[in-house]
Design a protein around this ligand. Structure first.
Ligand code: GRG
Length: 293
């Protein structure tokens, strides 16, 4: 199977798995319909794909971890739904369509986001899973840390209350790592957690995820500057209009692009220990650079 077909299959399979799970667990229609609206056939699902590729380094079967891949996408999707609310980024478009609170209402957007957080942990601790209890505890602990106050939520808080006139590049890097990088770290270290990798494997994949996160952030900022609503499927030029501090503002476009090149070189060195097995992880980094949304 070529790589595009493989990732298209994964995206579709996760969509189907989610719908089957929600329906078989008797979730109410008021929760199921908005989740279907924001999730099905939407989003690149790169956090799930990263997790699957990181697990592949340790020869873990896709069918044994697809629920963990879905869990990380549930957390990510909740973060987008809440981020789009009027109290936060106040956005009208997401994933090529109206944001959830615009399509439905704010109460629905808040509650569906909440339900997605719980669903993520429900999936990880699923009794039918072949993963060991120790592995499930470690995944729950790591996901809670990377998505909570020490990770994504903490980063969002720093971002909202950051003062652009007094901030500096280190603070922006730290905020962005917490806000978006931590979830990538969860995806990547899930490989050695599930596959029984060494501390060195965890360290390597954590460092890989940080570099991947940095490329993701720079390319996301470039999309914000260079793309259009139609191409990106979300509002663009928000950082400029919202007076937000971005790395590009500090480094300029050219230096930001060279930072991507340097990160790619470092990633190559880091992944060397896995030989050809890590080709897909490296190619995921290249895809980030080429993306338009
Ligand atoms: C509301 C608790 C809370 C946290 C929000 C990550 C985040 C924190 C907000 C998202 C805001 C945002 C647009 C950040 C820029 C980076 C980002 C996460 C972009 C969207 O991720 P993609 O490109 O989206 O992976 P898809 O739609 O493909 O899943």
């Amino acid at each position: 199977m070529n790589i595009k077909k493989k990732y298209d299959f994964i995206r579709k399979d996760l969509d189907n798995y989610l719908v089957d799970y929600l329906i078989s667990s008797s979730y109410p229609k008021n929760i199921v319909d908005p989740i279907k609206y924001i999730f099905l056939d939407k989003g690149k699902k790169i956090r799930a794909i990263l997790l699957i590729e990181a697990c592949d380094l340790f020869d873990i079967d896709y069918k044994d971890i697809r629920h963990i891949a879905l869990a990380i996408e549930c957390i990510h999707t909740y973060s987008l739904i809440h981020d789009d609310l009027p109290a936060m980024d106040d956005d009208n478009y997401r994933r090529g369509e109206l944001t959830l609170h615009k399509k439905y209402d704010e109460a629905t957007a808040i509650l569906v986001g909440d339900a997605l957080i719980s669903l993520a942990f429900e999936l990880i601790t699923n009794e039918d899973s072949v993963l060991s209890p120790e592995c499930k505890i470690s995944l729950v602990n790591n996901l809670a840390r990377s998505s909570g106050g020490m990770g994504m939520v903490g980063g969002q808080m720093l971002d909202i209350y950051m003062n652009p006139s007094t901030t500096n590049i280190q603070e922006i890097n730290n905020m962005q790592h917490m806000k978006t990088g931590e979830l990538f770290c969860f995806s990547c270290i899930s490989g050695p957690i599930i596959g029984g990798g060494s501390d060195e494997d965890k360290k390597t994949l954590f460092e890989f995820a940080k570099l991947y996160g940095s490329i993701f952030q720079i390319s996301d900022d470039l999309i914000d500057i260079e793309s259009t609503l139609e191409m990106a499927g979300k509002s663009v030029n928000k950082d400029n209009k919202g007076g937000k501090s971005t790395l590009i503002e500090y480094m300029g476009i050219e230096e930001s692009k060279s930072k991507i090149t340097i990160n790619l070189q470092e990633i190559k060195l880091l992944l060397k220990r896995y030989g050809n097995k890590a080709d897909n992880l490296y190619n995921l980094c290249l895809q980030l650079v080429d993306r338009k949304s």
